[in-house]
Design a binder for this molecule. Structure first.
Ligand SMILES: [Fe+2]
Ligand SMILES: [Fe+2]
Length: 295
């Protein structure tokens, strides 16, 4: 191990990226069939409203409209994370030796993330959906993250987003009732993010060997808060009011939806297991993850 981490691992990740990466600027990724209107934006079971009285009252075409709007919200949060992580990590590596294996991999990761964000914008466009504005609190928290997040916290919050999207998108890419552009982009994202997750886990592990108990405690809590914000941002009232739904009813139904909680817990399971293994899950953090429905 070097001061920057496991060099051999970073070199092999870069080799893997050279062998298998995609160019989502290819318009074939977003091609849709003639009967595209009947396809969902994401696997219906991932809708926070799935199985609630509101969901059960909806016609199939209303559900399609709902999941298409929700996937725009989910991927909008994905883009927010992809842009934020680049600012946070590039800022920290601005003066680092660019030939270092971890910096080389980071440059490749940023190239991936830029194309992912562009890919999500194109995919949402191709299914006729659109993004919603971020709330003022989210904008402030995004600024805090990209300006101040330190090593293990930056990588920890990034990993939370990557792990949660990995589980959801594995479902989306394999569900026949999901629109083709979303299935294709989910596949590309799952393949390329698998390397990012190995990178983040390695960076966190390496950094934690050299931190004090107090710093570990603070980092544990900040990662939990960051992850909480990601989970909460996935549900945006504007998505539901924009579809003519009563937010007060929707909010209560989502809060009480055991199916939704189970899906979120499933999405976070690998991440929580990693935190537990690395000593990043104390009593306070567990409480926060329970508030986010991730534990
Ligand atoms: Fe990405
Ligand atoms: Fe990533």
């Amino acid at each position: 191990m070097t001061a920057s981490g496991d060099s051999d691992l970073f070199t092999s990740l870069l080799d893997s990226a050279n062998r298998l990466s995609f160019d989502p600027r290819n318009s074939l990724v977003y091609e849709t069939g003639s009967d595209e209107d009947r396809f969902h934006g994401m696997t219906p079971e991932w809708s926070p409203l799935y199985g609630t009285p509101t969901w059960n009252r909806m016609t199939e075409s209303e559900r399609v409209r709902l999941t298409r709007t929700e996937v725009a919200q989910f991927l909008g949060v994905g883009i927010w994370l992809e842009l934020g992580l680049q600012v946070a990590l590039l800022r920290r590596n601005h003066s680092a030796d660019p030939a270092r294996p971890d910096v080389r991999f980071l440059l490749n990761e940023c190239a991936d993330e830029n194309l992912h964000s562009l890919m999500f914008v194109n995919a949402i466009d191709s299914i006729g959906s659109n993004f919603h504005r971020r709330g003022r609190l989210q904008i402030l928290l995004g600024w805090l993250f990209r300006s101040f997040a330190w090593d293990e916290v930056a990588h920890g919050i990034i990993l939370a987003g990557e792990e949660i999207f990995d589980v959801m998108q594995r479902d989306w890419m394999a569900t026949d009732s999901v629109a083709a552009p979303i299935r294709r982009t989910a596949y590309i994202h799952v393949v390329e993010e698998s390397r990012h997750m190995v990178f983040a886990r390695s960076k966190i592990r390496d950094r934690l060997t050299r931190v004090s108990r107090v710093r570990r405690y603070i980092s544990t809590m900040v990662i939990a808060l960051g992850t909480h914000i990601i989970a909460k941002s996935l549900i945006n009232r504007d998505v539901y009011t924009g579809l003519g739904l009563d937010w007060e009813i929707v909010r209560i139904e989502i809060d009480g939806n055991e199916h939704h909680r189970m899906m979120f817990r499933t999405a976070a399971a690998n991440f929580i297991e990693f935190l537990n293994r690395e000593g990043l899950l104390n009593r306070g953090a567990r409480w926060i993850y329970r508030q986010s429905n991730l534990l």
